[in-house]
Design a protein around this ligand. Structure first.
Ligand code: SF4
Length: 73
């Protein structure tokens, strides 16, 4: 199972959708933008779903070993 690196870019528009889809993996800062609760995670379907559903593609997933971007569903 691959380890992923999770990042949320400054493009986040605070829609909250990732918090609804993967509440264990994203939290909200005071300014409303989201951040990953863990930077390194085991590959995870809910996080993949959240990244695919982000309206501004602000969630970046990459393979922690190779740095290759994880293909969004
Ligand atoms: S789904 Fe995207 S825009 Fe919405 S809070 Fe999460 S990272 Fe931000």
């Amino acid at each position: 199972m691959a380890t992923w690196r999770v990042a949320v870019s400054g493009e986040c528009v605070a829609s909250g959708s990732c918090l609804g889809i993967a509440p264990a993996w994203f939290a909200r800062r005071a300014d409303g933008q989201s951040y990953p609760t863990s930077v390194l995670i085991e590959e995870n379907a809910a996080v993949l779903d959240a990244a695919a559903c982000c309206p501004v593609e602000a969630i970046r997933l990459s393979d922690a070993e190779t740095g290759e971007p994880v293909e969004l569903a």
